[in-house]
Design a protein around this ligand. Structure first.
Ligand code: ZN
Ligand code: ZN
Ligand code: ZN
Length: 374
């Protein structure tokens, strides 16, 4: 699946590459080695036709021209996607050693950040060719590289969120009772695609006791009257992510189901209200968790409160105890507390929120009241 960052120009990408190289230098790195994947898409707009054993690698170093090492047979596609003005293309042809080509670009030695998803064979090839270099995980070294979105990125995330909202407005009208989770999950995926997603990453439908397992995706269980159903769905629209959760109920809920739903809703609201520039990521987690703790359900909220989103649906920053990273305008992340009662039911409510100078702005915003479905 090809992620697109269509609205961005070669100049935009060059600015990102230059900033990444400077950030790497500030972190004490000699440069960055970027493999095909989300970092490469964000930095260059390029996704190779297939991530194969043939080496494609972006080499960034402060004060140097960015270079894309690329197989000769893929070079025309790469030049078309990236734009010839954004960087230098260094082709290598089958039968030659791509690591020797790359090593010439790393003659300044030192420690390099390398993409988490780079193939081990490529890293081993570089280590063999340049025993003097050492390597660090790019995400560990520069966790906030893609975290602060510019205005165009925020609006792409808002458009993805609006598409997810539209999908929810339609799925709440379909029949749930008597159908398998997998069927409703397929409906949800079709709706996301219908509303413009080119990639669906997950459409969780977790009914009744399955809702108490946050990792449940969708199975053969037939949804019945009286079930709580956790819906958690998202993917990429125009290269940027959506990720929304709503919990619906088939028919009239019990008083306890309503109480737990309202509790999670209040926790989610508290988490969103804690979003403001300068607050720490962990403050968002604490604000949501405090509401659930105070009601005596703390032991049933068994995951972090949120994660960043951008050209992927899960990335830094993480809203988790111990994360002291301050919030900065332009950061975008989920706020998604939940309560999971083993063997019974679960509730999760999730919105994507962006940090503005005045606080948090939700990028998806369908009703958070408990929706009754048939
Ligand atoms: Zn029920
Ligand atoms: Zn989600
Ligand atoms: Zn999420």
């Amino acid at each position: 699946m090809t992620a697109r960052t269509r609205p961005f120009t070669a100049e935009d990408h060059r600015a990102r590459m230059d900033r990444a190289a400077r950030t790497a230098a500030d972190a004490g790195l000699a440069g960055l080695l970027v493999a095909p994947g989300p970092d490469m898409v964000w930095l260059t707009g390029y996704t190779p036709p297939a991530d194969t054993e043939r080496l494609t690698m972006l080499v960034l170093a402060p004060g140097r021209e960015p270079v894309l090492v690329v197989p000769t047979l893929e070079a025309p596609d790469a030049e078309h996607a990236v734009g010839a003005s954004a960087l230098t293309f260094r082709r290598w042809t089958d039968g030659t050693d791509p690591y020797a080509v790359t090593a010439k670009l790393l003659d300044h030695a030192g420690r390099f950040g390398i993409s988490d998803n780079a193939w081990a064979m490529h890293l081993l090839g570089l280590q063999r060719t340049l025993p003097g270099t050492s390597y660090a995980s790019l995400t560990d070294a520069l966790p906030m590289l893609r975290a602060v979105k510019d205005t165009a990125e925020v609006e792409l995330l808002a458009a993805a969120g609006a598409a997810a909202d539209a999908a929810f407005e339609e799925i709440r009208a379909v029949r749930f009772a008597g159908r398998r989770e997998t069927e409703i999950s397929r409906d949800l995926a079709d709706l996301l695609r219908g509303f413009g997603h080119e990639q669906v990453d997950f459409t969780i439908v977790a009914s009744g006791p399955n809702g108490a397992n946050p990792h449940h995706e969708a199975g053969d269980r037939v949804v019945g009257d009286g079930d709580m159903v956790v819906l958690d769905f998202g993917g990429l629209k125009d290269g940027y992510g959506s990720d929304t959760s709503r919990t619906v109920h088939v028919g009239e809920p019990t008083e306890e189901e309503r109480t737990v739903h309202d509790l999670v809703r209040a926790a989610q609201e508290a988490g969103v209200r804690a979003v403001r520039p300068g607050a720490a990521c962990q403050d968002v987690d604490r604000a949501a968790r405090a509401v659930i703790d105070a009601a005596g359900y703390g032991e049933f909220f068994i995951h972090r409160t949120g994660h960043g989103i951008g050209v992927t649906t899960h990335e830094p920053p993480y809203m988790i105890e111990g994360e002291e990273q301050p919030l900065v305008p332009g950061m975008c992340f989920s706020v998604e507390p939940g309560v999971y009662l083993p063997g019974r039911f679960g509730v999760r409510i999730e919105d994507i929120v962006t940090v503005t100078p005045d606080g948090g702005r939700r990028l998806n915003d369908t009703t958070r009241e408990m929706v009754i479905v048939e």
